[in-house]
Design a protein around this ligand. Structure first.
Ligand code: AHR
Length: 513
Protein backbone atom coordinates (compact mmCIF):
# COMPACT_ATOMS: atom_id res chain seq x y z
CA UNK A 1 0.00 0.00 0.00
CA UNK A 2 2.80 2.39 1.08
CA UNK A 3 4.79 1.62 -2.07
CA UNK A 4 1.70 2.20 -4.21
CA UNK A 5 1.17 5.63 -2.60
CA UNK A 6 4.78 6.59 -3.21
CA UNK A 7 4.51 5.45 -6.82
CA UNK A 8 1.41 7.60 -7.23
CA UNK A 9 2.29 10.79 -5.31
CA UNK A 10 5.99 11.24 -6.09
CA UNK A 11 5.48 11.58 -9.87
CA UNK A 12 2.54 13.89 -9.16
CA UNK A 13 4.73 16.13 -6.98
CA UNK A 14 7.38 16.14 -9.68
CA UNK A 15 4.77 17.13 -12.27
CA UNK A 16 3.49 19.99 -10.06
CA UNK A 17 7.03 21.24 -9.55
CA UNK A 18 7.34 21.48 -13.33
CA UNK A 19 4.05 23.16 -14.17
CA UNK A 20 3.65 25.23 -10.98
CA UNK A 21 1.02 25.13 -8.25
CA UNK A 22 -1.42 27.53 -9.84
CA UNK A 23 -0.92 31.12 -8.82
CA UNK A 24 -3.30 33.14 -6.66
CA UNK A 25 -2.79 36.91 -6.58
CA UNK A 26 -4.38 39.05 -3.87
CA UNK A 27 -5.49 42.63 -4.34
CA UNK A 28 -7.11 44.95 -1.87
CA UNK A 29 -8.90 48.13 -2.82
CA UNK A 30 -8.30 50.79 -0.23
CA UNK A 31 -10.05 53.97 0.72
CA UNK A 32 -8.04 57.17 0.90
CA UNK A 33 -9.78 60.48 1.43
CA UNK A 34 -6.84 62.30 -0.11
CA UNK A 35 -6.76 60.09 -3.22
CA UNK A 36 -6.30 62.17 -6.38
CA UNK A 37 -8.55 62.49 -9.41
CA UNK A 38 -7.30 60.54 -12.41
CA UNK A 39 -7.01 63.37 -14.92
CA UNK A 40 -8.86 62.59 -18.14
CA UNK A 41 -5.78 63.93 -19.92
CA UNK A 42 -3.90 60.71 -19.07
CA UNK A 43 -5.87 59.23 -21.96
CA UNK A 44 -4.52 61.75 -24.48
CA UNK A 45 -3.23 61.24 -28.01
CA UNK A 46 -0.52 62.49 -30.34
CA UNK A 47 -0.70 63.29 -34.06
CA UNK A 48 2.66 63.86 -35.75
CA UNK A 49 3.55 64.71 -39.33
CA UNK A 50 5.16 61.31 -39.83
CA UNK A 51 4.44 58.72 -42.50
CA UNK A 52 0.67 58.45 -42.99
CA UNK A 53 -0.46 59.91 -39.67
CA UNK A 54 -1.68 63.24 -41.08
CA UNK A 55 -1.59 63.09 -44.90
CA UNK A 56 -3.30 59.97 -46.26
CA UNK A 57 -4.32 59.13 -42.70
CA UNK A 58 -6.31 61.54 -40.60
CA UNK A 59 -6.40 64.16 -43.36
CA UNK A 60 -7.45 63.28 -46.90
CA UNK A 61 -7.93 66.88 -48.13
CA UNK A 62 -11.00 69.07 -48.30
CA UNK A 63 -11.45 68.45 -52.04
CA UNK A 64 -11.59 64.67 -51.59
CA UNK A 65 -14.87 63.34 -53.02
CA UNK A 66 -14.21 59.63 -52.39
CA UNK A 67 -13.61 59.45 -48.64
CA UNK A 68 -16.34 61.21 -46.61
CA UNK A 69 -14.69 64.02 -44.66
CA UNK A 70 -15.27 67.17 -42.66
CA UNK A 71 -12.94 69.97 -43.80
CA UNK A 72 -10.61 67.23 -45.10
CA UNK A 73 -10.57 65.05 -41.95
CA UNK A 74 -12.05 61.56 -42.40
CA UNK A 75 -15.53 61.24 -40.90
CA UNK A 76 -14.94 57.63 -39.85
CA UNK A 77 -11.91 58.73 -37.82
CA UNK A 78 -13.82 61.62 -36.27
CA UNK A 79 -16.60 59.22 -35.20
CA UNK A 80 -14.13 56.70 -33.77
CA UNK A 81 -12.26 59.38 -31.79
CA UNK A 82 -15.48 60.87 -30.46
CA UNK A 83 -16.44 57.47 -29.13
CA UNK A 84 -13.11 57.36 -27.26
CA UNK A 85 -13.81 60.81 -25.78
CA UNK A 86 -10.22 61.78 -26.51
CA UNK A 87 -9.40 64.52 -24.01
CA UNK A 88 -6.47 66.14 -25.79
CA UNK A 89 -4.38 65.91 -28.93
CA UNK A 90 -0.70 66.86 -29.26
CA UNK A 91 0.51 68.21 -32.61
CA UNK A 92 2.55 68.67 -34.90
CA UNK A 93 5.38 66.51 -33.43
CA UNK A 94 7.62 64.97 -32.09
CA UNK A 95 10.86 65.61 -33.90
CA UNK A 96 8.86 67.25 -36.71
CA UNK A 97 7.81 70.08 -34.35
CA UNK A 98 11.32 71.54 -34.13
CA UNK A 99 11.41 72.00 -37.91
CA UNK A 100 7.86 73.30 -38.26
CA UNK A 101 7.16 76.96 -38.96
CA UNK A 102 3.49 77.53 -38.22
CA UNK A 103 3.15 80.63 -40.41
CA UNK A 104 3.72 78.41 -43.48
CA UNK A 105 0.55 76.49 -42.58
CA UNK A 106 -2.03 79.32 -42.47
CA UNK A 107 -3.78 81.32 -45.22
CA UNK A 108 -4.89 80.11 -48.66
CA UNK A 109 -3.76 76.50 -49.11
CA UNK A 110 -2.61 76.93 -52.70
CA UNK A 111 -0.23 79.72 -51.63
CA UNK A 112 1.44 77.84 -48.78
CA UNK A 113 5.12 76.93 -49.18
CA UNK A 114 6.11 73.27 -48.96
CA UNK A 115 8.09 71.70 -46.13
CA UNK A 116 10.53 68.82 -46.39
CA UNK A 117 9.97 66.39 -43.53
CA UNK A 118 13.68 65.85 -42.91
CA UNK A 119 13.20 63.60 -39.86
CA UNK A 120 10.75 61.23 -41.46
CA UNK A 121 11.66 59.99 -44.92
CA UNK A 122 12.39 63.40 -46.51
CA UNK A 123 8.81 63.62 -47.77
CA UNK A 124 7.78 66.97 -49.22
CA UNK A 125 4.54 68.11 -47.60
CA UNK A 126 2.31 70.89 -48.92
CA UNK A 127 1.40 72.38 -45.51
CA UNK A 128 -2.30 71.97 -46.33
CA UNK A 129 -2.95 70.70 -42.79
CA UNK A 130 -2.06 73.65 -40.57
CA UNK A 131 -3.05 75.51 -37.42
CA UNK A 132 -6.70 76.18 -38.40
CA UNK A 133 -7.19 72.60 -39.60
CA UNK A 134 -5.78 71.17 -36.38
CA UNK A 135 -7.53 73.51 -33.95
CA UNK A 136 -10.87 73.22 -35.73
CA UNK A 137 -10.54 69.42 -35.60
CA UNK A 138 -9.95 69.61 -31.85
CA UNK A 139 -13.13 71.65 -31.52
CA UNK A 140 -15.09 69.04 -33.49
CA UNK A 141 -13.67 66.30 -31.25
CA UNK A 142 -14.20 68.23 -28.02
CA UNK A 143 -10.49 67.66 -27.28
CA UNK A 144 -8.02 70.18 -25.81
CA UNK A 145 -5.30 71.00 -28.33
CA UNK A 146 -1.68 70.68 -27.22
CA UNK A 147 0.66 72.61 -29.52
CA UNK A 148 4.27 71.51 -29.51
CA UNK A 149 6.35 74.57 -30.44
CA UNK A 150 9.57 74.88 -32.38
CA UNK A 151 12.51 75.74 -30.16
CA UNK A 152 15.23 73.81 -32.05
CA UNK A 153 15.06 75.87 -35.27
CA UNK A 154 12.50 78.52 -34.33
CA UNK A 155 12.59 81.77 -32.40
CA UNK A 156 10.99 83.21 -29.30
CA UNK A 157 9.13 85.68 -31.54
CA UNK A 158 7.72 82.87 -33.71
CA UNK A 159 6.35 81.14 -30.64
CA UNK A 160 4.83 84.21 -29.03
CA UNK A 161 3.26 85.11 -32.39
CA UNK A 162 1.67 81.65 -32.43
CA UNK A 163 0.28 82.15 -28.91
CA UNK A 164 -1.06 85.56 -29.91
CA UNK A 165 -2.53 84.21 -33.19
CA UNK A 166 -4.42 81.40 -31.49
CA UNK A 167 -5.34 83.04 -28.19
CA UNK A 168 -5.61 86.83 -28.37
CA UNK A 169 -9.18 88.11 -28.51
CA UNK A 170 -8.46 91.85 -28.89
CA UNK A 171 -6.96 93.77 -31.77
CA UNK A 172 -3.36 92.82 -32.49
CA UNK A 173 -1.28 92.03 -35.59
CA UNK A 174 -1.55 88.27 -35.11
CA UNK A 175 -5.22 88.25 -34.02
CA UNK A 176 -6.08 90.40 -37.05
CA UNK A 177 -4.17 88.02 -39.32
CA UNK A 178 -6.19 85.12 -37.87
CA UNK A 179 -9.41 87.04 -38.65
CA UNK A 180 -8.20 87.64 -42.21
CA UNK A 181 -7.93 83.85 -42.48
CA UNK A 182 -11.55 83.46 -41.48
CA UNK A 183 -11.47 82.83 -37.74
CA UNK A 184 -12.97 85.54 -35.54
CA UNK A 185 -12.83 83.91 -32.10
CA UNK A 186 -9.51 82.76 -30.61
CA UNK A 187 -9.24 79.04 -29.88
CA UNK A 188 -7.74 79.70 -26.43
CA UNK A 189 -5.10 76.98 -26.62
CA UNK A 190 -4.08 75.99 -23.11
CA UNK A 191 -1.29 73.42 -23.56
CA UNK A 192 2.04 74.52 -25.08
CA UNK A 193 5.16 72.38 -25.39
CA UNK A 194 8.41 74.39 -25.34
CA UNK A 195 10.45 72.22 -27.72
CA UNK A 196 10.49 68.44 -28.05
CA UNK A 197 13.29 66.07 -27.01
CA UNK A 198 15.67 69.03 -26.81
CA UNK A 199 18.34 66.55 -25.63
CA UNK A 200 18.12 64.92 -29.11
CA UNK A 201 16.24 65.80 -32.31
CA UNK A 202 15.10 69.08 -30.74
CA UNK A 203 18.62 70.53 -30.67
CA UNK A 204 21.03 68.13 -28.90
CA UNK A 205 21.16 70.44 -25.90
CA UNK A 206 22.46 69.74 -22.43
CA UNK A 207 19.95 69.92 -19.60
CA UNK A 208 21.63 73.04 -18.22
CA UNK A 209 21.61 74.82 -21.59
CA UNK A 210 17.98 73.92 -22.26
CA UNK A 211 16.91 75.07 -18.78
CA UNK A 212 18.23 78.55 -19.67
CA UNK A 213 16.62 78.53 -23.13
CA UNK A 214 13.36 77.35 -21.56
CA UNK A 215 13.39 80.26 -19.09
CA UNK A 216 13.76 82.70 -21.97
CA UNK A 217 10.89 81.21 -24.05
CA UNK A 218 8.57 80.76 -21.09
CA UNK A 219 8.95 84.39 -20.01
CA UNK A 220 7.22 85.72 -23.12
CA UNK A 221 4.50 83.12 -23.61
CA UNK A 222 1.71 84.18 -21.23
CA UNK A 223 -0.30 87.38 -21.49
CA UNK A 224 -1.72 86.98 -25.00
CA UNK A 225 -4.86 85.16 -24.18
CA UNK A 226 -7.15 87.29 -22.06
CA UNK A 227 -8.22 85.20 -19.11
CA UNK A 228 -6.80 81.86 -20.37
CA UNK A 229 -4.02 80.54 -18.20
CA UNK A 230 -1.65 78.62 -20.41
CA UNK A 231 0.24 75.49 -19.39
CA UNK A 232 3.91 75.62 -20.42
CA UNK A 233 5.44 72.17 -20.77
CA UNK A 234 9.20 71.82 -20.54
CA UNK A 235 10.73 69.30 -22.92
CA UNK A 236 11.49 66.39 -20.62
CA UNK A 237 13.74 63.43 -20.00
CA UNK A 238 13.91 60.18 -21.86
CA UNK A 239 13.44 57.03 -19.78
CA UNK A 240 15.83 57.09 -16.80
CA UNK A 241 17.57 60.42 -17.45
CA UNK A 242 16.96 61.66 -13.92
CA UNK A 243 19.63 64.34 -14.26
CA UNK A 244 17.43 66.04 -16.89
CA UNK A 245 14.40 66.25 -14.59
CA UNK A 246 16.53 67.28 -11.62
CA UNK A 247 18.15 70.10 -13.63
CA UNK A 248 14.80 71.47 -14.82
CA UNK A 249 13.27 71.30 -11.35
CA UNK A 250 16.33 73.00 -9.83
CA UNK A 251 17.17 75.60 -12.50
CA UNK A 252 13.76 76.74 -13.75
CA UNK A 253 11.69 78.91 -11.38
CA UNK A 254 8.43 77.04 -10.87
CA UNK A 255 6.25 80.03 -11.73
CA UNK A 256 7.61 79.69 -15.29
CA UNK A 257 6.81 76.00 -15.75
CA UNK A 258 3.47 74.25 -15.28
CA UNK A 259 4.60 70.78 -16.40
CA UNK A 260 7.68 68.72 -17.21
CA UNK A 261 7.52 66.03 -19.89
CA UNK A 262 8.84 62.46 -19.98
CA UNK A 263 9.16 60.16 -23.02
CA UNK A 264 9.35 56.40 -22.70
CA UNK A 265 8.77 53.83 -25.43
CA UNK A 266 8.63 50.06 -24.89
CA UNK A 267 11.70 49.26 -27.01
CA UNK A 268 14.10 46.48 -25.95
CA UNK A 269 16.77 47.11 -28.61
CA UNK A 270 16.89 50.38 -30.56
CA UNK A 271 18.99 48.78 -33.34
CA UNK A 272 16.67 45.80 -33.79
CA UNK A 273 13.20 46.45 -32.42
CA UNK A 274 11.69 43.29 -33.83
CA UNK A 275 8.56 42.92 -35.95
CA UNK A 276 5.17 44.20 -34.88
CA UNK A 277 3.43 40.97 -35.91
CA UNK A 278 5.49 37.80 -36.14
CA UNK A 279 7.18 37.75 -32.75
CA UNK A 280 7.66 34.87 -30.32
CA UNK A 281 7.14 34.51 -26.58
CA UNK A 282 10.73 35.49 -25.83
CA UNK A 283 10.29 38.80 -27.66
CA UNK A 284 6.89 39.33 -26.06
CA UNK A 285 8.43 39.16 -22.60
CA UNK A 286 11.26 41.48 -23.62
CA UNK A 287 8.67 44.06 -24.73
CA UNK A 288 6.74 43.66 -21.49
CA UNK A 289 9.90 44.04 -19.44
CA UNK A 290 10.44 47.40 -21.11
CA UNK A 291 6.80 48.47 -20.80
CA UNK A 292 6.77 47.65 -17.09
CA UNK A 293 9.81 49.91 -16.55
CA UNK A 294 7.41 52.85 -16.85
CA UNK A 295 6.52 52.19 -13.21
CA UNK A 296 10.14 52.63 -12.10
CA UNK A 297 10.76 55.68 -14.30
CA UNK A 298 7.63 57.50 -13.20
CA UNK A 299 8.28 56.68 -9.53
CA UNK A 300 11.83 58.04 -9.67
CA UNK A 301 11.05 61.16 -11.73
CA UNK A 302 8.16 61.92 -9.36
CA UNK A 303 10.46 61.50 -6.34
CA UNK A 304 12.77 64.18 -7.81
CA UNK A 305 9.82 66.47 -8.48
CA UNK A 306 8.58 65.91 -4.92
CA UNK A 307 11.99 66.95 -3.60
CA UNK A 308 11.97 70.32 -5.39
CA UNK A 309 8.21 70.88 -5.50
CA UNK A 310 6.62 69.27 -2.43
CA UNK A 311 3.34 71.13 -3.00
CA UNK A 312 2.88 69.51 -6.41
CA UNK A 313 2.62 72.69 -8.50
CA UNK A 314 4.48 71.28 -11.51
CA UNK A 315 2.82 68.32 -13.25
CA UNK A 316 4.43 65.36 -15.00
CA UNK A 317 3.22 64.84 -18.59
CA UNK A 318 4.30 61.58 -20.25
CA UNK A 319 3.67 63.11 -23.65
CA UNK A 320 5.06 60.26 -25.73
CA UNK A 321 4.69 56.58 -24.86
CA UNK A 322 3.80 53.27 -26.51
CA UNK A 323 5.24 50.16 -28.16
CA UNK A 324 7.71 50.80 -31.00
CA UNK A 325 8.72 48.03 -33.39
CA UNK A 326 10.39 47.79 -36.80
CA UNK A 327 8.31 49.43 -39.51
CA UNK A 328 6.36 47.05 -41.73
CA UNK A 329 8.54 46.05 -44.72
CA UNK A 330 6.31 47.63 -47.39
CA UNK A 331 6.68 51.09 -45.82
CA UNK A 332 8.85 53.81 -47.39
CA UNK A 333 12.33 53.99 -45.84
CA UNK A 334 12.57 56.51 -43.02
CA UNK A 335 8.92 56.51 -42.02
CA UNK A 336 7.13 54.43 -39.41
CA UNK A 337 4.08 52.19 -39.63
CA UNK A 338 3.39 49.11 -37.53
CA UNK A 339 0.62 46.65 -36.78
CA UNK A 340 -0.93 46.30 -33.36
CA UNK A 341 -1.57 43.04 -31.46
CA UNK A 342 -2.56 41.60 -28.10
CA UNK A 343 1.00 42.52 -27.01
CA UNK A 344 -0.05 46.17 -27.44
CA UNK A 345 -3.13 45.50 -25.33
CA UNK A 346 -0.81 44.29 -22.56
CA UNK A 347 1.45 47.35 -22.95
CA UNK A 348 -1.41 49.87 -22.98
CA UNK A 349 -3.24 48.21 -20.08
CA UNK A 350 -0.22 48.03 -17.78
CA UNK A 351 1.13 51.49 -18.64
CA UNK A 352 -2.25 53.17 -18.19
CA UNK A 353 -2.60 51.39 -14.83
CA UNK A 354 0.76 52.91 -13.85
CA UNK A 355 -0.40 56.40 -14.86
CA UNK A 356 -3.68 55.97 -12.96
CA UNK A 357 -1.84 54.84 -9.86
CA UNK A 358 0.48 57.90 -10.10
CA UNK A 359 -2.41 60.29 -10.75
CA UNK A 360 -1.19 62.61 -7.99
CA UNK A 361 1.61 63.90 -10.25
CA UNK A 362 0.94 62.40 -13.71
CA UNK A 363 -1.67 64.70 -15.18
CA UNK A 364 -1.31 64.03 -18.89
CA UNK A 365 -0.05 61.31 -21.22
CA UNK A 366 -0.05 61.02 -25.02
CA UNK A 367 0.01 57.69 -26.80
CA UNK A 368 2.20 57.77 -29.93
CA UNK A 369 0.79 58.10 -32.55
CA UNK A 370 -2.94 58.13 -33.12
CA UNK A 371 -3.18 57.01 -36.78
CA UNK A 372 -0.90 54.76 -38.90
CA UNK A 373 2.40 55.19 -37.00
CA UNK A 374 3.52 53.54 -33.73
CA UNK A 375 0.97 52.21 -31.23
CA UNK A 376 -1.88 53.62 -33.30
CA UNK A 377 -5.52 53.33 -32.27
CA UNK A 378 -6.56 53.61 -35.92
CA UNK A 379 -5.13 52.22 -39.16
CA UNK A 380 -6.27 53.24 -42.64
CA UNK A 381 -5.83 51.84 -46.13
CA UNK A 382 -7.51 53.81 -48.91
CA UNK A 383 -11.18 54.01 -48.03
CA UNK A 384 -10.90 51.42 -45.24
CA UNK A 385 -10.37 52.18 -41.57
CA UNK A 386 -9.87 49.74 -38.69
CA UNK A 387 -9.76 50.07 -34.93
CA UNK A 388 -6.71 48.39 -33.44
CA UNK A 389 -6.67 46.32 -30.22
CA UNK A 390 -5.19 49.41 -28.51
CA UNK A 391 -8.26 51.40 -29.57
CA UNK A 392 -10.36 48.98 -27.56
CA UNK A 393 -8.13 49.39 -24.48
CA UNK A 394 -8.61 53.15 -24.65
CA UNK A 395 -12.34 52.66 -25.04
CA UNK A 396 -12.61 50.32 -22.05
CA UNK A 397 -10.35 52.52 -19.89
CA UNK A 398 -12.27 55.74 -20.57
CA UNK A 399 -14.35 55.01 -17.45
CA UNK A 400 -11.32 56.14 -15.42
CA UNK A 401 -11.36 59.63 -16.98
CA UNK A 402 -11.71 62.19 -14.16
CA UNK A 403 -12.69 59.46 -11.68
CA UNK A 404 -11.21 59.34 -8.16
CA UNK A 405 -8.36 56.88 -7.79
CA UNK A 406 -8.99 53.94 -5.49
CA UNK A 407 -5.50 52.96 -4.34
CA UNK A 408 -4.77 49.24 -4.54
CA UNK A 409 -2.24 46.96 -2.90
CA UNK A 410 -1.23 43.76 -4.59
CA UNK A 411 0.48 40.78 -2.97
CA UNK A 412 1.72 37.39 -4.06
CA UNK A 413 2.20 38.81 -7.55
CA UNK A 414 4.77 36.13 -8.16
CA UNK A 415 7.01 37.07 -10.96
CA UNK A 416 7.71 35.13 -14.12
CA UNK A 417 11.19 36.02 -15.42
CA UNK A 418 11.29 38.65 -12.71
CA UNK A 419 8.13 40.34 -13.97
CA UNK A 420 4.85 40.70 -12.13
CA UNK A 421 1.95 38.86 -13.75
CA UNK A 422 -0.93 41.09 -12.75
CA UNK A 423 -1.34 44.85 -13.10
CA UNK A 424 -4.30 46.72 -11.63
CA UNK A 425 -5.83 50.15 -11.12
CA UNK A 426 -9.23 51.12 -9.75
CA UNK A 427 -11.36 54.24 -9.60
CA UNK A 428 -14.73 55.53 -8.53
CA UNK A 429 -16.85 58.14 -10.28
CA UNK A 430 -20.35 59.52 -9.95
CA UNK A 431 -21.25 58.58 -13.50
CA UNK A 432 -19.35 55.32 -13.98
CA UNK A 433 -19.42 53.79 -10.47
CA UNK A 434 -16.53 51.51 -9.48
CA UNK A 435 -14.03 50.54 -12.18
CA UNK A 436 -11.29 47.94 -11.85
CA UNK A 437 -8.89 47.34 -14.74
CA UNK A 438 -6.90 44.12 -14.53
CA UNK A 439 -4.18 42.83 -16.84
CA UNK A 440 -2.62 39.36 -16.79
CA UNK A 441 0.59 39.53 -18.79
CA UNK A 442 1.42 35.84 -18.34
CA UNK A 443 1.73 34.28 -21.79
CA UNK A 444 0.66 30.81 -20.69
CA UNK A 445 -1.07 30.73 -17.33
CA UNK A 446 -4.56 31.60 -16.22
CA UNK A 447 -4.25 33.30 -12.81
CA UNK A 448 -6.71 33.41 -9.96
CA UNK A 449 -7.05 36.96 -8.64
CA UNK A 450 -8.83 37.58 -5.36
CA UNK A 451 -9.88 41.17 -4.84
CA UNK A 452 -10.85 42.34 -1.38
CA UNK A 453 -13.96 44.52 -1.71
CA UNK A 454 -14.59 45.27 1.97
CA UNK A 455 -14.51 49.05 1.31
CA UNK A 456 -16.73 48.84 -1.76
CA UNK A 457 -20.48 48.96 -1.18
CA UNK A 458 -21.72 48.16 -4.67
CA UNK A 459 -20.60 44.67 -5.62
CA UNK A 460 -22.77 43.90 -8.64
CA UNK A 461 -20.11 43.73 -11.33
CA UNK A 462 -20.22 43.34 -15.06
CA UNK A 463 -17.02 42.95 -17.04
CA UNK A 464 -15.58 43.25 -20.54
CA UNK A 465 -12.46 41.49 -21.73
CA UNK A 466 -9.88 41.73 -24.48
CA UNK A 467 -8.46 38.26 -24.88
CA UNK A 468 -7.28 35.83 -27.52
CA UNK A 469 -5.54 32.46 -27.64
CA UNK A 470 -2.75 34.04 -29.58
CA UNK A 471 -0.55 36.90 -28.35
CA UNK A 472 -0.02 38.01 -31.97
CA UNK A 473 -3.77 38.31 -32.64
CA UNK A 474 -4.57 41.59 -34.39
CA UNK A 475 -7.14 43.31 -36.57
CA UNK A 476 -6.53 43.50 -40.30
CA UNK A 477 -8.38 45.17 -43.15
CA UNK A 478 -9.70 41.71 -44.10
CA UNK A 479 -10.61 40.76 -40.53
CA UNK A 480 -11.19 44.02 -38.62
CA UNK A 481 -12.87 42.53 -35.54
CA UNK A 482 -10.55 39.70 -34.64
CA UNK A 483 -9.71 41.46 -31.35
CA UNK A 484 -12.62 43.31 -29.79
CA UNK A 485 -14.21 43.63 -26.35
CA UNK A 486 -16.35 40.69 -25.30
CA UNK A 487 -18.36 40.11 -22.13
CA UNK A 488 -16.33 38.39 -19.39
CA UNK A 489 -18.06 36.01 -17.00
CA UNK A 490 -15.35 33.96 -15.32
CA UNK A 491 -15.67 35.61 -11.91
CA UNK A 492 -17.86 35.49 -8.82
CA UNK A 493 -18.47 37.64 -5.78
CA UNK A 494 -18.28 35.68 -2.52
CA UNK A 495 -18.88 37.84 0.57
CA UNK A 496 -16.32 40.62 0.38
CA UNK A 497 -14.23 38.94 -2.28
CA UNK A 498 -14.28 39.27 -6.04
CA UNK A 499 -12.74 36.05 -7.34
CA UNK A 500 -11.52 36.24 -10.92
CA UNK A 501 -9.98 33.66 -13.20
CA UNK A 502 -7.85 35.91 -15.38
CA UNK A 503 -7.15 34.25 -18.71
CA UNK A 504 -3.58 34.29 -20.05
CA UNK A 505 -2.45 37.57 -21.70
CA UNK A 506 -5.82 39.23 -21.20
CA UNK A 507 -7.25 42.52 -20.04
CA UNK A 508 -10.53 42.78 -18.13
CA UNK A 509 -12.35 45.92 -16.97
CA UNK A 510 -14.95 45.48 -14.21
CA UNK A 511 -17.68 47.96 -13.56
CA UNK A 512 -20.28 48.20 -10.84
CA UNK A 513 -22.75 51.08 -10.77
O1 AHR B 1 7.33 59.06 -32.06
C1 AHR B 1 8.38 59.10 -32.94
C2 AHR B 1 9.47 60.01 -32.43
O2 AHR B 1 9.91 59.55 -31.20
C3 AHR B 1 9.06 61.43 -32.13
O3 AHR B 1 9.04 62.23 -33.25
C4 AHR B 1 10.13 61.87 -31.18
O4 AHR B 1 9.70 62.86 -30.29
C5 AHR B 1 10.53 60.58 -30.47
O5 AHR B 1 11.87 60.38 -30.49
Amino acid sequence: MKTKAILFYVPLLWLYSLVGWGQEVNISINLDEKAPIISKHIFGHFAEHLGRCIYDGLYVGDTNKIIPNTAGVRNDIIAALKELRIPNLRWPGGCFADTYHWKDGVGPKEERPTIVNRWWGGTTEDNSFGTHDFLNLCEVLGAEPYLSANVGSGTVQELIDWVQYTNHDGKSPMADWRREHGREQPWKVKYWGVGNETWGCGGNMTAEFYANIYRQYATFMPGWSGETKIVRIASGASEDDYHWTETLMKNVPHHLMEAVALHDYAVFNWEDKGPSLNFDEEVYYKSMEQALKMEEYVTKHVAIMDKYDPDGKVDLFVDEWGGWYDAEPEVKKGVLYQQNTMRDVMIAGTVLNTFNNHARRVKMANLAQMVNVLQAVILTEGEKMIKTPTYHVMNLYKVHQDATLLPTTITNNTAYRGLPSISVSASKSNTEGINISLVNIDANEQIEVIIDLQHISSKKFTAQQLASNNITAHNSFQNPDSVKPMPFKDFKVKGDKLIVNMPKHALVVFNSK
